[in-house]
Design a protein around this ligand. Structure first.
Ligand code: CA
Length: 324
C-alpha cells in the first residue's frame, strides 16, 4: 500500500448485503504482512470489515493476525470490525493484534448484534484493547466478556505459530487451542485435515496437548521375535511405524475371529509385533485420563516355543479385556 489517501484499509470488506445474504468465512489464515508505505494516515485498518448492514456473517476457524503496518491509523486497528445493523457470529477463531496502540482492538462492535465464543485473543503491548463495545474500549477479556455477555470459553493466549507468516500451530504444543473449539459445521481445516468433534481453535487442526494434560513418556521393552504389546498413551503419531520403528512385522490385532493388520494403533488394545532383537522404544504423549495410573496387575512372562522366544506384556489392567 503506497498512497497519500486517508481511506480505510481492509483485508476483507463488505458494505450492505441483500436480505437473506449469509457470508460464511472459515479456515483462513489472514494477515501478518500488511505494509503501509504511503504518506497518508489511514482512517482505519481492519482485516475484516463488515461496514454496514450485513444480514448474517459467520466467521469460523479463522486465524487473523494484524501486524504493525507502518503509520498508525487515526481511527482504529482491528482484526474484525462490524457496525450498522450487522449480525455477526464468531466461533473458534484466533485473533491477534500486534499494533500496540490505544485505538487497537481485536474485535470492534460499532453496532448490530453478535454471538462470539471459543475464540483465542492476543494483543501485544500495554496500550491495545481486546475489544470495543457500546462506544467504550474494553481493555481486558474480562471487561469484554462482562460488557457483551459473549465469549464464554474464550481466552488469552499467544498462539504457538510455526512462523511469523506461517500460522500453522507447532505440533506437540501445549496450548488451550488444542480441542478448545465448539462444534460448528466445518468438517475440515485449511489443509483439508479432518476436524475433531471437539475441534482445535484457528484454521489449523493440529496434534497438541491441553495444559494439564501433561505429556508423559513410557518406555516399552521388547524381546527378540514376537511380542504382544499395547500402547498405553496417545502419541502424536499413532502409526505402527511411528510408535515401533524397530518392528520388522506388521501389527496384528485379533478382532475376535481372525488376526488383521493394523497400520494405526489404538490405546488399550493388544497387538502382535515381531522384532529382530531385544530392543525398546519410548512413546511420548499425554497421560491417559482413563488409566492415569500404573497398573498394579502389571504382568510379564516369556513364552518359548520351539525356536521362538516371545514376551507377553501387559502394562494396564484394561489390556486383559482386549483380544490377544
Ligand atoms: Ca488437535
Amino acid at each position: 500500500m503506497a498512497s497519500s489517501a486517508t481511506n480505510g484499509i481492509y483485508g476483507i470488506g463488505t458494505l450492505s448485503g441483500q436480505a437473506g445474504t449469509e457470508l460464511l468465512i472459515y479456515n483462513n489464515f489472514i494477515g501478518g504482512d500488511y505494509v503501509h508505505t504511503g504518506t497518508g494516515i489511514p482512517a482505519s485498518v481492519d482485516i475484516v470489515s463488515f461496514q454496514d448492514n450485513i444480514p448474517s456473517a459467520k466467521l469460523y476457524h479463522n486465524t487473523i493476525v494484524l501486524n504493525y503496518t507502518g503509520p498508525n491509523a487515526s481511527g482504529r486497528h482491528t482484526c474484525v470490525r462490524w457496525g450498522g445493523t450487522a449480525n455477526v457470529e464468531l466461533k473458534n477463531n484466533i485473533f491477534v493484534n500486534n499494533v500496540n496502540a490505544a485505538n487497537s482492538y481485536t474485535l470492534y462492535s460499532g453496532g448490530g448484534t453478535f454471538i462470539s465464543s471459543n475464540n483465542a485473543f492476543y494483543v501485544s503491548g500495554a496500550n491495545a484493547n481486546i475489544g470495543y463495545y457500546n462506544g467504550v474500549a474494553r481493555k481486558t477479556l474480562q471487561e469484554w466478556q462482562d460488557s457483551t455477555g459473549q465469549d464464554a470459553n474464550s481466552f488469552i493466549e499467544q498462539p504457538p505459530f510455526v512462523g511469523g507468516l506461517d500460522f500453522h500451530i507447532i505440533p506437540g504444543s501445549v496450548t488451550y487451542l488444542e480441542s478448545g473449539g465448539t462444534p460448528v459445521p466445518v468438517g475440515f481445516d485449511i489443509d483439508y485435515d479432518q476436524r475433531s468433534y471437539t475441534p482445535d481453535i484457528g484454521a489449523d487442526e493440529f496434534e497438541g496437548f491441553r495444559p494439564g494434560q501433561v505429556p508423559d513418556t513410557v518406555t516399552i521393552a521388547f524381546k527378540k521375535y514376537w511380542n504382544i504389546v499395547s500402547v498405553p498413551l496417545t502419541a502424536a503419531d499413532m502409526s505402527k511405524g511411528g510408535l515401533f520403528p524397530t518392528a520388522i512385522s506388521n501389527a496384528f490385532w485379533f478382532n475376535g475371529q481372525e488376526y488383521v493388520v493394523k497400520d494405526t494403533l489404538e490405546v488399550g488394545k493388544g497387538y502382535w509385533l515381531k522384532f529382530a532383537a531385544d530392543s525398546s522404544t519410548t512413546v511420548i504423549g499425554p497421560k491417559r485420563e482413563l488409566f492415569g495410573y500404573t497398573c498394579k496387575s502389571r504382568m510379564e512372562f516369556n513364552w518359548n516355543t520351539k525356536y521362538r522366544y516371545s514376551n507377553i506384556k501387559c502394562l494396564y489392567k484394561s489390556i486383559w479385556n482386549s483380544c490377544f
